[in-house]
Structure formats: structure tokens, C-alpha cells
Design a binder for this molecule. Structure first.
Ligand SMILES: *Cc1c(COP(=O)(O)O)cnc(C)c1O
Length: 361
């Protein structure tokens, strides 16, 4: 059976380790988008709330709705709310990031229609990532009209595009300068200014001088920080394993898998594991790029990754039916597994499909 075990003690370790890097009054926004980076949003949210996270953040409205339906009551910031589900967002007391003038207009309209004012919201400003966010002019327009808008501004934030890069980084410095300028502008406009935040996990490590009033931390909670040195203080919380459903012998010259993806150079022993690209182990891990650990020994994935299965070469490994095979754990990390296939821990973890059974430890 394929399973993803989640160690909540390691989550606690990571939360405490990250929290210790912050001033005592800095707020912690725990990022739980994409099912908590594939690891199971509800249990992780419950744990983080009990540990004292000040806010939870998700990407889309429906992710926030699932948390509310599971009984999570703390403030939830939605990073990328969309026009179509503004009513649903309001219905579940989620807090939107307002990222464009058009979105602010649509959201205000929806609030007016419900006779609501002082609705908690956050402003997302663009400082150079050029993804989503208010431009300088959009921000000016917001500030000019703020008395007539139905929001209570909780925070103003921006997002760094290269926070893990070695310092000094001209690009990041430019983003910080822009952020400081807009912060001053917003502070001048409010007698009680909102909170300001800029950094993600790597920024917590790399830019301690830029923690401001809050940090938005995702991947760090799950055990990674995008730099080997920083990773050392964290513990991966997930262990992905599967178990052998069939073993067979192939003769020299025989092939394994679709399109004869692998040809046996010698008589070989092949183990089959029930995990495939539909589970998030994409095809780039095939052809010996990725592998599993059986009895502490490495067994490369041979041939192409199938939708529901992979085949691994266990010719030199003592193993038997039902034996456990580790894809990644605290020792053989997801980050390392991902890098072999030219991707990153974020993509690998977030792509782990709901089909994989989650077991909370
Ligand atoms: C995903 C996300 C984060 C969290 O980033 P990590 O690198 O995982 O800590 C922070 N802010 C925004 C806007 C995000 O989309």
C-alpha cells in the first residue's frame, strides 16, 4: 500500500524553530495552500492553530471553505480569490487579498449588496514579481477612496521573487525599497495602520531585517527552506512509502514497461510498486532518474512511470513481496528526490494526489 505518513511532532519542531527566529510580537501566517503542500490541510491546520499560528493562508476560496467546514475558526487569508466566488468567500468569513482595482470594485459591490462594511481584507501590492498585485497607481486610488470602501484593512503585503538567492541580491533590494516606500505611504494614510508583511520561508532565514509585522511561512513548516544550511534546522514532516505488490525476473534483453522503456542488460529482478504519475510521481522520475529505498538500498525506477505503477530494479537487493519501499522521508528527503528530476520540493509535495492515503502520526 502507498501511504504518506505525516509526523506532527516534526511539524511542531519546525513551527517552534521558525517562530524562534521572529520577534515575539511578529505574527505567524501559516500557509496551507494546495492541501498544505500536499500533506493534508485539515490536520495540519488544527495542529498549527493549537501551536499558536495567528493566521492561516490558502490560495483559493474553496481551500478556505474546506477548513471552515472542518471547524477551523481562526482568521484565514485567501491569497488568490477569484471574481466568481466572492459571495462564497464572504459567506465563510474568509479574508481576501485585494490584488487589483477591478477585484476591489467587484468585492465592494458584493459587500454593499449584503449591507456589510468593515469587512476584513488585505492589500496585495506588486513590487516586482509582476504576478498579482496592486500597482502604485492602484494603491493610490485605493487610499484616496478608502473611507468610502467597505473594508477594514488588516494588512498590506508583497511577495519576494528571489528571497532564497544569496545576498546581496539587487532584485530583492529593489523589491524591499519599493515595499518600504508603499509602507510609508500607507502608514501616513491611517491613524491605526494595518500590519505589513513581505517574506516567505526563505525570507525568514535570509532577511531577518524584513520580517516587519508578520511572516508568511509555507514550505518551512513542511521541513524545507530552499538552502541546505537552512534545511538543517528543519525536519521534513512527510514520509512517502509504498510496498511491493509483485516481484518478477526478466531475462537479459527483455524490456520492462511501456514503450520498452528499459532493457535488461542482465538477468534482473524487478519489483512493482503501486504508485504512479496519477499519484504525483511524474514521468520525469522514470528511466532511473528517481528511485526508492528498500532495506536501506537504492532501487532505481526502470522504464517509464505508469499511471498507477512503477517498476524498480532490485537485482542486488534482498527483498520480498509486501516489503516497504521508501520514496522519501527525513533521511532521503523530498527535496533531494525532486532535484534529481529537475524539480523542487514544492512541486513534488503539492502534486501528491488525494488518492494517496494520509496517515497522521
Ligand atoms: C505560497 C506563498 C507563500 C509561502 O511561501 P513559502 O516559500 O512556501 O514559505 C507566501 N506568500 C505567498 C503570497 C504565497 O503564495
Amino acid at each position: 500500500m502507498t501511504q504518506l505518513e505525516i509526523d506532527l511532532n516534526n511539524l511542531t519542531h519546525n513551527y517552534n524553530c521558525l517562530r524562534q527566529k521572529l520577534a515575539s510580537d511578529t505574527k505567524f501566517i501559516a500557509v496551507l495552500k494546495a492541501n498544505a503542500y500536499g500533506q493534508g490541510a485539515i490536520e495540519i491546520a488544527q495542529k498549527l492553530v493549537s501551536l499558536g499560528a495567528d493566521w492561516l493562508a490558502v490560495a483559493y476560496t474553496e481551500e478556505g471553505v474546506s477548513l471552515r467546514q472542518a471547524g477551523i475558526q481562526c482568521p484565514i487569508l485567501v491569497f488568490y480569490p477569484q471574481f466568481e466566488n466572492i459571495d462564497r468567500l464572504i459567506e465563510h468569513q474568509l479574508e481576501p487579498a485585494l490584488y487589483s482595482t477591478a477585484f476591489i470594485l467587484a468585492f465592494s459591490k458584493a459587500l454593499h449588496a449584503k449591507n456589510k462594511t468593515h469587512y476584513p481584507a488585505h492589500l496585495k501590492c506588486n513590487t516586482g514579481l509582476n504576478r498579482i498585485g496592486l500597482s502604485e497607481e492602484d494603491l493610490n486610488a485605493f487610499l484616496a477612496q478608502k473611507e468610502t470602501l467597505p473594508f477594514e484593512l488588516k494588512s498590506v503585503y508583497s511577495h519576494l521573487g528571489a528571497s532564497e538567492n544569496k545576498k546581496p541580491c539587487t532584485f530583492t533590494e529593489k523589491q524591499i525599497t519599493r515595499f518600504l516606500a508603499l509602507k510609508t505611504k500607507v502608514e501616513q494614510a491611517y491613524s491605526t495602520p494595518p500590519l505589513f508583511h513581505l517574506v516567505n520561508t526563505s525570507g525568514i532565514f535570509n532577511y531577518p531585517e524584513c520580517h516587519f509585522d508578520a511572516v508568511r511561512c509555507g514550505i518551512g513548516l513542511y521541513g524545507f527552506a530552499n538552502q541546505t544550511d537552512w534545511d538543517k534546522s528543519l525536519l521534513p514532516i512527510a514520509r512517502l512509502s509504498s510496498s511491493i505488490v509483485q516481484l518478477h525476473t526478466v531475462e537479459k534483453g527483455e524490456s520492462v514497461g511501456y514503450n520498452q522503456g528499459w532493457i535488461a542488460a542482465q538477468k534482473s529482478q524487478i519489483a512493482v510498486l503501486p504508485i504512479g504519475h496519477a499519484d504525483g510521481i511524474n514521468r520525469s522520475f522514470g528511466k532511473e532518474v528517481g528511485g526508492v529505498w528498500i532495506n536501506g538500498q537504492h532501487a532505481p525506477i526502470v522504464g517509464n512511470v505508469c499511471m498507477d505503477m512503477i517498476m524498480v530494479d532490485v537485482t542486488n537487493i534482498n527483498c520480498e513481496l509486501h516489503q516497504k519501499a521508501i520514496l522519501f522521508d527525513t533521511e532521503h528527503t523530498a527535496d533531494h528526490f525532486a532535484k534529481n528530476a529537475g524539480t523542487i520540493s514544492y512541486e513534488l509535495l503539492a502534486a501528491l494526489s488525494p488518492r494517496i492515503k494520509r496517515i497522521i502520526l
